[in-house]
Design a protein around this ligand. Structure first.
Ligand SMILES: [Fe+2]
Ligand SMILES: [Fe+2]
Length: 461
């Protein structure tokens, strides 16, 4: 079956993404990790500036600085993997729990208890708060260890999937280990913690305290936790910068690409871009147990529809990456909302409606991703203007955007959700058929019927 290609809704051609620096791609996408971690945008980039300055003070060679550079940008790549568990255990917004934990000295029993009392069951009844406080306290150190272990292992796996080296992966595994052995997940100490991991631990903590109190707060927390959390040599290097106002001002508008060692610049060619897109799709899908394969499945379905439409390879590659990353803005939505087993209240619904806008804002940070960002951001738009987040109408929605919209809703209906079971292909099609040429593109829906029928016959056969 051959589908007629509707005219492009924009006059602009789809950009060809040529080779570009990997640092530009990952620093752009690091905003998504900041949002999941409950940090203001730019946290990873500012941590990178601090960490690379420490690397300079230590006189690290190019290879070590390259590994550290990417570890600093990707240190939170595993953060979505424990979001649902954190939200369920604490009965609270996972990003809020995580961001307040970053300001807590978790090695102090009284501070750790205060953090639990302040965050567990937030917004719930007294009974619910009591339940969640009890649950967190019962989970104890082993519960914390398992949450951090999952996060660190997933983060290291993302670095490996992108093709980064073992020094980078190991640094991400060690990001929450402490100099005195009181950290997680393994409790190793001193020089047994990788040097890059020690830099990550200090850089990210200094950045968080810098947000709240500038250079004084960053250096004060480093001094206070010297030899407990942090390597004393690294603390000395950081506090030596206390009066360097140019350095601290550079955190206001962080520029990380110039910090990559010039002799070790990594390039994102087409293959590497695909690896990055798949890796970040896995980060998005890990955010909720209900979306475990969503991005990958949407991308496969969109690609099948694009193939049937005879779309050229360049546009098809852009659509495939856009489909992998279309929900990257969901990393900024609380898991409490995404996994809620009932109807959303107006405030929660508003947070969900914002995720395509966040997808746009994250992807558009990479200049060469302009088309990918535009297509991804339109996945909930509908031809009659009833979609979100901009209420675009048909004349603004080009063929790749129409394909992604159909692939997204078809895959979502085909998967379990907190409030309903997965629907079979006939049920999916019977729900979507009335939308033909009203909300969804008729020809793309016709292609969907063909693809789902082909899949069913393959499965049965
Ligand atoms: Fe979405
Ligand atoms: Fe989606």
């Amino acid at each position: 079956m051959l589908m007629r290609v509707p005219r492009q809704a924009t006059d602009q051609p789809i950009d060809a993404v040529a080779e570009l620096p990997l640092s530009e791609v990952l620093s752009g996408l690091s905003y998504a990790l900041d949002m999941t971690e409950g940090q203001p945008r730019g946290h990873a980039e500012r941590s990178c500036l601090i960490g690379m300055r420490l690397a300079g003070a230590l006189g690290l060679d190019d290879a070590s600085r390259s590994s550290l550079f990417y570890a600093l940008l990707l240190k939170d790549a595993g953060c979505s993997s424990n979001a649902a568990r954190v939200a369920a255990l604490f009965g609270a917004d996972d990003a809020m729990v995580k961001s307040s934990r970053r300001l807590t000295d978790t090695s102090s029993t009284s501070q750790a208890l205060l953090h639990v009392l302040r965050t567990a069951g937030t917004g719930g009844s007294l009974l619910a708060r009591g339940h969640h406080v009890g649950a967190v306290l019962r989970s104890g150190r082993s519960g914390a260890r398992s949450l951090i272990e999952l996060r660190c292992e997933r983060g290291a796996a993302v670095a490996r999937a992108i093709g980064l080296d073992e020094v980078t992966a190991r640094a991400i595994l060690d990001v929450d280990e402490h100099w005195d052995g009181g950290g997680y997940p393994t409790g190793i100490s001193g020089d047994d913690i990788s040097l890059a991991g020690r830099v990550l631990c200090l850089a990210q903590t200094a950045e968080v305290f810098w947000q709240h109190g500038g250079p004084d707060a960053a250096c004060e927390i480093a001094r206070r936790r010297r030899r407990t959390w942090f390597d004393p040599t690294l603390v000395d290097a950081l506090v030596a910068l206390e009066e360097d106002s140019d350095f601290w001002q550079s955190l206001d508008f962080p520029e990380v690409t110039p910090l990559e060692p010039p002799a070790r610049v990594l390039v994102a060619d087409s293959d590497r871009l695909d690896r990055v897109a798949h890796a970040f799709a896995s980060i998005v899908d890990a955010k909720s147990p209900y979306t475990a394969q969503h991005s990958e499945r949407v991308a496969a379905l969109a690609d099948a529809l694009a193939a049937l439409a005879g779309i050229d390879d360049r546009v098809r590659a852009t659509l495939h990456r856009a489909a992998l990353l279309h929900d990257i803005g969901k990393l900024g939505v609380s898991s409490r909302i995404l996994d809620k087993p009932g109807p959303l209240d107006p405030g929660e619904w508003e947070a969900v409606r914002r995720h395509p806008q966040w997808s746009l804002e994250i992807l558009a940070r990479v200049g060469a991703f302009a088309d990918m960002a535009r297509i991804a951001a339109a996945h909930h738009e509908r031809l009659d203007g009833s979609g979100y987040y901009r209420g675009l109408t048909g004349e603004h929605l080009d063929q790749p955007s129409r394909i992604l919209a159909v692939a997204d809703v078809a895959e979502a209906l085909s998967a379990d959700r907190p409030y309903r079971r997965a629907l079979d292909p006939d049920e999916v099609l019977s729900i979507l058929r009335p939308d033909a040429n009203r909300r969804l593109d008729q020809e793309v829906l016709a292609a969907l019927e063909h693809v789902l029928a082909a899949r069913s016959s393959t499965t049965i056969g």
